[in-house]
Design a protein around this ligand. Structure first.
Ligand code: FES
Length: 67
């Protein structure tokens, strides 16, 4: 699904950038999210933070299974 229609940025592209360890600001800058009309920035940040929370929960579950 598109997060930034102006620049053709999808959720998958944000996910891939996050997995590379980039910060939210680096991702927005590198992909050009929000550099045209700007209406997508809040949704892009929400998407990335939601993904971060999901990966933290997954990581916590894996850690609790180890102990
Ligand atoms: S939708 Fe992202 S800059 Fe316009």
């Amino acid at each position: 699904m598109y997060v930034c229609v102006c620049n053709g940025i999808t959720e998958e592209m944000l996910d891939t950038a996050q997995k590379q360890g980039l910060s939210d600001r680096e991702i927005l800058n590198r992909l050009g999210v929000g550099n045209s009309c700007g209406v997508c920035v809040i949704d892009a940040l929400d998407n990335m933070r939601s993904n971060s929370l999901k990966s933290q929960k997954t990581s916590n579950r894996k850690d609790s299974k180890k102990s």
